[in-house]
Design a binder for this molecule. Structure first.
Ligand SMILES: Cc1cc2nc3c(=O)[nH]c(=O)nc-3n(C[C@H](O)[C@H](O)[C@H](O)COP(=O)(O)OP(=O)(O)OC[C@H]3O[C@@H](n4cnc5c(N)ncnc54)[C@H](O)[C@@H]3O)c2cc1C
Length: 427
């Protein structure tokens, strides 16, 4: 009997009947043919239950080889189960990099792309936008190559493995570059007032809020080819000592008496973390944040046109919720894209999050409070994070929802890839 599988957030675990680890595409195809129900698994970094199954769980851990790096044409072809960190290391050795990233690189490439994982930046779309082409095995074990001239490319890439298993991806990559990374702070109200200038003023702008602090920690990052000036020592102090160990210690202290400690700790962390700091570092260092302690997340994409009003309401919402948030709240921005199920589909987006480490009961209350507000404002939930997945609401948010349903019929006629979580596509 396989051991229980648990996600990074430790919010659920399950025992599949079988865990398969195919090492070749042919083995993967045979597995699909032989099994009535399967779910593909990346590195389990989602809070949503996309990989949960009591049938066959397919791990892509052995389908992780980098197949070809084409330096001249800036393309890399890789098996889809590669962990982003390993991909980035291999690219760097050839003087190449991914154009944009989220905050961590512990995910598999396929897992990150399938859920619409994103970073931040007014001119940057979700990670799927870096894909040149991909190959997927459907529910009958047939192989398909999708390129951008086929509309189904945009349908299936961010489809959470609901029509098939993606096994090979060709990415467009860029030359290695540096990040001019500035950390700063400003009052929340001032940022709301000038939000358009902040978004347009930097290549990759985002901010963190440690509620109920009236100030924010700002990340004003610009791409550059200038020489790096960050030392290993400075990086150790900032990225390990302060961001990991001091942060983890204070988060732990906060849990001892949330009401008494969290507001003071959050104000202190804002002061320490928001101190002006400037460095020119590798792009990867500028994109990533240290792997955080176990916590819960929900994150929703809204129309960036409403950013000012949304931010004001968001600030009030969390302040008045009565909850104590011992984790940063992150606000990011992305460019509209064309992926049918991307939360940023056809609209420039502001991503508003609620992150916390709290009991299940408290979290569920906070989540429902946040979600009600998000749904009143046309928010679209991140597919890899917590949400309650209201089918009627999702259908209204995604104009291609029923077209996607038709693709499930076409590529997976026996619905082998549907589990309880993504069954809403076909209910
Ligand atoms: C600490 C932390 C930080 C994060 N930071 C960010 C961030 O900055 N930005 C952001 O947008 N998100 C972020 N996320 C969310 C994360 O990027 C997504 O949840 C991502 O999907 C996780 O990738 P994974 O490899 O763990 O996939 P899993 O969680 O294992 O799987 C995710 C989904 O993809 C499907 N899938 C996996 N492999 C395949 C395949 N080969 N073919 C088809 N379907 C497949 C699975 O069935 C499942 O539905 C973060 C998560 C954590 C835990």
């Amino acid at each position: 009997m396989p051991k229980p599988i648990q996600n990074f957030g430790r919010t659920w675990s399950f025992v599949p009947k079988k865990i398969a680890t195919p090492a070749t595409v042919d083995e993967l195809a045979q597995l699909i043919i032989d099994n009535p129900k399967l779910r593909p698994m990346g590195s389990k970094h989602s809070w949503s239950q996309g990989i949960v199954t009591d049938e066959t769980l397919v791990s892509l851990e052995k389908l992780n080889q980098l197949l070809e790096i084409d330096i001249e044409n800036k393309k890399v072809r890789t098996r889809a189960g590669i962990i982003l960190k390993n991909l980035l290391t291999a690219l760097e050795q050839k003087g190449l990099a991914m154009a944009n990233l989220g905050s961590i690189h512990a995910q598999t490439l396929a897992g990150a792309i399938c859920t619409g994982t994103h970073g931040t930046g007014k001119n940057f779309q979700c990670l799927a936008a870096q894909v040149h082409s991909f190959e997927m095995l459907d529910g009958l074990g047939r192989n398909h190559l999708f390129e951008k001239d086929n509309p189904e490319f945009y349908a299936l890439l961010t489809g959470m493995g609901s029509c098939g298993i993606i096994h090979t991806i060709t990415l467009n990559v860029v030359n290695c570059f540096q990040m001019h990374a500035i950390t700063d702070s400003a009052g929340f109200d001032e940022v709301i007032e000038n939000i358009e200038q902040y978004i347009s003023g930097y290549d990759h702008f985002k901010f963190w809020w440690l509620a109920p602090s009236q100030k924010l920690i700002l990340f004003k990052n610009n791409r550059t080819d200038a020489k790096r000036n960050d030392s290993n020592f400075k990086r150790f102090v900032q990225d390990d000592l302060i961001s990991v160990w001091m942060y983890r210690f204070l988060v732990w202290v906060g849990k001892l008496n949330r009401k008494k400690f969290i507001p003071a700790i959050n104000r202190f962390l804002t002061k320490a973390g928001g101190k002006f700091n400037e460095r020119i570092c590798k792009s990867v260092v500028g994109f990533l944040t240290p792997l955080p302690p176990v916590h819960r997340e929900t994150e929703w994409a809204f129309d960036a046109k409403d950013a000012r009003r949304l931010l004001q309401e968001y600030k009030n919402l969390l302040q008045q919720s009565g909850g104590y948030y011992n984790f940063v709240q992150e606000v990011r921005f992305t460019k509209a894209d064309d992926f049918w199920l991307s939360p940023a589909y056809k609209r420039d987006s502001i991503w508003l999050s609620m992150y916390n480490m709290d009991s299940k009961e408290n979290w569920e209350q906070q989540l429902s409070h946040f979600e009600n507000w998000a749904m009143q404002n046309g928010g679209r939930p991140h597919w890899g994070k917590d949400a309650s997945w209201d089918k009627a609401y999702l259908e209204k948010q995604y104009e291609k929802f029923s077209d996607f349903k038709s693709l499930i019929k076409k590529y997976d006629p026996y619905q082998k890839f549907l589990n309880k979580w993504n069954a809403f596509f076909c209910e």
